[in-house]
Design a protein around this ligand. Sequence first.
Ligand SMILES: [Zn+2]
Length: 67
Amino acid sequence: MNSLPKKCKLAEQCKKCGSQSVVKNGLVRHKQRYKCKHCGYNFTIRDAIEKVKPEAKALAMLLYGSG
Ligand SMILES: [Zn+2]
């Protein structure tokens, strides 16, 4: 009895095993948390914007350039 649509906008998948058999499992810090039905791994969707600090970027550039 599988009524889940195969092709939809849902793109959440387990970060551990890559399975898309995930279910909503509450909220963590206002983020939707999911649980993998395949391996039981809990994770949140990566909707967080990765803030790149200018100095960190500069340092990376520096390290890259000096290598
Ligand atoms: Zn999994």
